[in-house]
Design a protein around this ligand. Structure first.
Ligand code: ARG
Length: 465
């Protein structure tokens, strides 16, 4: 032991070999993760410097040296040979220190009328805005693939489930279009969030604004924002844009997870409704027959990370007094991980769905079993024989019980057997017991009839073109 302040402490030294100042550095620094904001940071600083020159706060020659120097820093970082330093805490100070080394004195003037508080709020908004755009693009790609699936299978009959029990026949196209609707709402949530987040915090300074005659409209415009944020305290201290992004991401991940779960079920040996291509499945190291739907399973699981990120940031933000608190540095890793996870899951789902083999024979056979047209039989009794629905339900129930006892399906019962349940039943009822007739009859708006599905496919093809 040579220097008490640098060696491990008797109380907590078991875990930490380093002294307290190094631990402070470890908990305080964010450069290990916020270096991902380098492009946004440099873009924001360039806009700020140009504005300082335009308003006469900086000389044009200083602003030009800063602007050029920042481009050099950008290319150094992009070339991968930038000396990131933990001692310099974060991306903002790393960039500025390097600028100082490159251009000298004018670098010190860049931070006029600005604080790291409005700087980080601006950088992070720019980053999250890009991710909202990426989510919108990825969701559009996924929707296109699902619409194509729906178009080819607009009249493929499959069992529709409630409680994962066979309920009524539906069409593959109908099932695919259900997800198109969900992902469309997800997309519009990102679009909405993007609109609200598109205001610029830069120029809020530390919290109270600044006495320098800055032009916040100019920087807002240069950075592609609709307008500057109207309150400087709000500008530096809210992270609701990140919370909205995470909330939208979490809902989207729930939808992805449900589709993923269906793919896991449908690709099992008991179902065999679909087969994933080799590209999207893995084998087992011990069981040669296995084709595991790993990508679908992982998409199903990744909601955990996205939702976890949302819960974490909500928890960080709740109860924070205005304005900036260092707590807010904890916003980035959560959003980075959630965004990476969501983009990966969207890309994997799009790939899997565009490459899926659908076993239409299996779908139809499954649709025809499990008394899936029992409701059609009951509806026929209401329509053709004027029975109240509750009575028709009862009659049909007795026929299902009979078929079950005989080990056959409803269309296999003889007319005599049908009549024994209710005399109004005639030969004509057999037409509604077939699954194709069943789905074709569901013509209500939004129903599963192939005509309805094709109309929705056409509508979405128009919207996505
Ligand atoms: N690294 C910090 C963050 O992410 C930047 C802002 C620091 N501001 C301050 N007043 N210490 O929040």
């Amino acid at each position: 032991m040579t220097d008490d302040t640098k060696t491990s402490n008797a109380m907590w030294g078991g875990r930490f070999a380093a002294g307290p100042d190094a631990i402070m550095e470890a908990i305080n620094a964010s450069i290990s993760f916020d270096k991902r904001l380098y492009a946004q940071d440099i873009r924001g600083s360039r806009a700020h410097a140009a504005m300082l020159a335009a308003t006469g706060i900086l000389t044009h020659s200083d602003a030009e040296a800063i602007g050029e120097g920042l481009l050099t820093v950008l290319s150094e970082i992009e070339a991968g040979d930038f000396p990131f330093s933990t001692a310099l805490e974060d991306i903002h100070m790393n960039v500025e220190a390097r600028l100082k080394a490159l251009i000298g004195e004018p670098a010190g003037r860049l931070h006029t009328a600005r604080s790291r508080n409005d700087q980080v709020a601006t950088d992070f908004r720019l980053w999250v805005r890009d991710q909202a755009d990426a989510a919108i693009t990825s969701l559009t790609a996924l929707m296109k693939v699902l619409v194509a699936q729906a178009e080819q299978g607009a009249d493929w009959v499959m069992p529709g489930f409630t409680h994962l029990q066979t309920a009524q026949p539906v069409t593959w196209g109908h099932h695919m279009m259900a997800y198109v609707e969900m992902f469309a709402r997800d997309r519009s949530r990102f679009e909405d969030a993007r609109k609200r987040m598109n205001e610029c915090p830069l120029g809020s300074a530390a919290l109270a604004g600044t006495g320098f005659p800055i032009d916040r409209h100019m920087t807002a415009q240069a950075l592609g924002f609709d307008r500057p944020m109207a309150n400087s305290l709000d500008g530096v201290s809210d992270r609701d844009f990140a919370l909205e992004f995470l909330s939208s991401a979490a809902i989207c991940a729930v939808h992805l997870s449900r589709l993923a779960e269906e793919l896991v079920i449908w690709s099992s040996a008991q179902f065999r409704f679909v087969a994933m291509s080799d590209k999207w499945s893995t084998g087992s190291s011990i069981m040669p027959q296995k084709r595991n739907p790993d990508a679908a399973e992982l998409i199903r699981a990744k909601i955990g990370r996205v939702l976890g990120a949302a819960v974490a940031l909500f928890t960080v933000m709740k109860g924070l007094p205005l304005a900036y608190s260092k707590d807010m540095q904890e916003d980035k890793e959560q959003v980075f991980d959630a965004a990476d996870t969501l983009m990966l899951a969207l890309a994997a789902m799009t790939g899997m769905m565009s490459d899926l083999t659908v076993n239409t024979g299996k779908l139809e056979a499954a649709a025809s079993s499990g008394f899936s047209t029992a409701t059609d039989l009951a509806d026929w009794l209401v329509r053709e024989a004027g029975l109240p629905f509750r009575d028709a339900h009862h009659v049909t129930g007795s026929l299902v019980a009979l078929a079950e006892k005989k080990g056959c399906d409803l269309p296999d019962l003889s007319l005599e057997e049908l009549k024994s349940a209710h005399p109004a039943l005639t030969e004509a009822v057999y037409s509604v017991l077939g699954v194709h007739n069943s789905v074709a009859s569901r013509q209500s708006y939004g129903g599963t009839a192939p005509d309805q599905v094709r109309a929705q496919v056409a509508r979405w093809q128009g919207l996505l073109a």
